[in-house]
Write a protein that binds this ligand. Structure first.
Ligand code: PLP
Length: 436
């Protein structure tokens, strides 16, 4: 079978064209130019095969080019491609909203509006929280990543590279500590840091919302403990502050439940959803409690492309696939297998190189350190492992403040055999990187 090999092009020749045509500010770490992808595999333009433990950064829970997604997209393109939902409406948009209202955490009735990207869902959540409460303040968390628009960048809690030289930022946004047992941030101290903000920097009655990733993605797959999310809910309720869940990376089945907030039994007021909702098509959603969503001033919500019909068709296929293929249970099984193998590797490598192995469902990460010391991040080793893995046919990426974590977002449709093959490559890559 031709796996995409093209006689006339190579990764190197495309890189040369890319370097001339594209700005260097765009990320291009891997040097891989894709020709074709299916399930949990990807082939580059030279025909080299990779096992994909990134999934387009958490976008492909149902895998590359799932046949049902492809069929749904093709059918929709035959019918119509775009009308703008505000001009001529269509059933698939309504159905995506109905399905999200059904599966998002909590019993309170919900409503959903659709947008294009994760950042746009976040922007809208914060805008609506401000409009509804009439308050300006927002509390976000250290280590958070919420996107690259100016407001989402302001909310993001990692300065380099995301916040370099883009200021001044949106006013009235504050960052509290995110609980992180491995780095010595207890639940209590994280809660104290919120109280400190509310005491010293802004009055609670001026705060519209708190926004949190229940498991930080870019931040290093740090899970917020249940007790913390419960305490956050209580604090919000005490002060009339809205709680926004950013489930853009942790949602749509990645953690073994549709949404990671479910693990804590906590109901947020707004939920931002994107990435794996539409298997690679640009679609995001803001789902919120009915009484809040209906308070948004008519006309102050909208988008030309938001809820595009092709993306909605793909999303409807995704909901079916997750159910039919039991992907929530599969996420837990994949995560358990990966964790066990990574713990074996951790004890095998010695030298305290892998300081931590952690996961929620299939959101799995290891943290590379020196001397088994959490305060000595080893981003250099993580980078070397990525290079060695890629050379052996596995793509995987980093996370964390110092790019010292390696995270897996492998498609949930990956077979056990392919998962084992990927983990074998990973083990060999760790060994080679430690020797290099
Ligand atoms: C938790 C989280 N929020 C927001 C975003 C931004 O999403 P997008 O890149 O679609 O704007 C991301 C993207 O990585 C994310 O992981």
């Amino acid at each position: 079978m031709d796996h995409g090999k093209n006689e006339f092009t190579s990764n190197e020749s495309l890189k040369a064209r890319r370097d001339l045509a594209l700005p260097m500010g765009l990320p291009s770490k891997s040097g891989i130019y894709a020709a074709r992808a299916k399930g949990a595999e990807l082939w580059d333009v030279e025909g080299k095969r990779y096992i994909d433990f990134i999934g387009g950064i958490g976008v492909l829970n149902v895998g590359h080019a799932h046949p049902k997604v492809v069929e749904a997209i093709k059918k929709q393109t035959d019918d119509f491609i775009h009308t703008c939902f505000g001009i001529a409406q269509y059933e698939s948009y309504v159905e995506v909203a109905e399905r999200l209202n059904e599966i998002t955490p909590g019993d309170t009735p919900k409503k959903t509006a659709l947008f294009n990207s994760g950042a746009e869902a976040v922007e809208n959540a914060v805008k609506f929280a401000r409009q509804i409460t009439g308050r300006p303040g927002v509390i976000a968390f250290a280590g958070a990543f919420h996107g690259r628009t100016l407001l989402a960048t302001t909310l993001t809690g990692k300065s380099k590279p995301y916040k370099v030289g883009f200021g001044p930022y949106v006013p009235a946004i504050f960052h509290a500590a995110y609980p992180d047992a491995y780095h010595g941030v207890s639940i209590e101290s994280a809660l104290v840091s919120i109280d400190h903000i509310l005491k010293v920097m802004i009055r609670p009655e001026d705060v519209a919302a708190m926004i949190i990733e229940p498991v930080q993605g870019e931040g290093g797959f740090n899970p917020a403990p249940k007790e913390f999310l419960k305490a956050l809910r209580a604090k919000c309720d005490e002060h009339g502050i809205l709680l926004i869940a950013d489930e853009i990376q942790s949602g749509m089945g990645r953690t073994g439940k549709y949404f990671a907030f479910e693990h804590a039994g906590v109901e947020p007021d707004f939920i931002c959803i994107a990435k794996s909702i539409a298997a690679g098509l640009p679609l995001s959603a803001l789902t919120g409690k009915v009484d809040l969503m209906d308070k948004v001033v008519p006309g102050s919500m909208g988008s030309t492309y938001g809820g595009n019909p092709i993306a909605c068709a793909a999303a409807l296929a995704v909901f079916d696939i997750i159910k039919e293929e039991g992907l929530l249970a599969r996420a837990e099984a994949i995560g358990a297998k990966m964790e066990a193998r990574w713990k074996d590797i951790q004890s095998g490598v010695g030298k305290g190189a892998i300081g931590d192995v952690r996961r929620v469902g299939a959101m799995c990460a290891i943290e590379l350190v020196k001397d088994d010391d959490a305060s000595k991040p080893n981003g250099e080793l993580a980078g070397k492992i990525l290079v060695e893995a890629r050379a052996r046919g596995l793509i995987i990426t980093t996370a964390g403040a110092y790019a010292q974590c390696i995270r897996s977002l492998a498609p949930l449709v990956i077979s056990d055999a392919m998962l084992d093959e990927g983990l074998d490559i990973f083990e060999a890559a760790v060994g080679a990187a430690l020797e290099a």
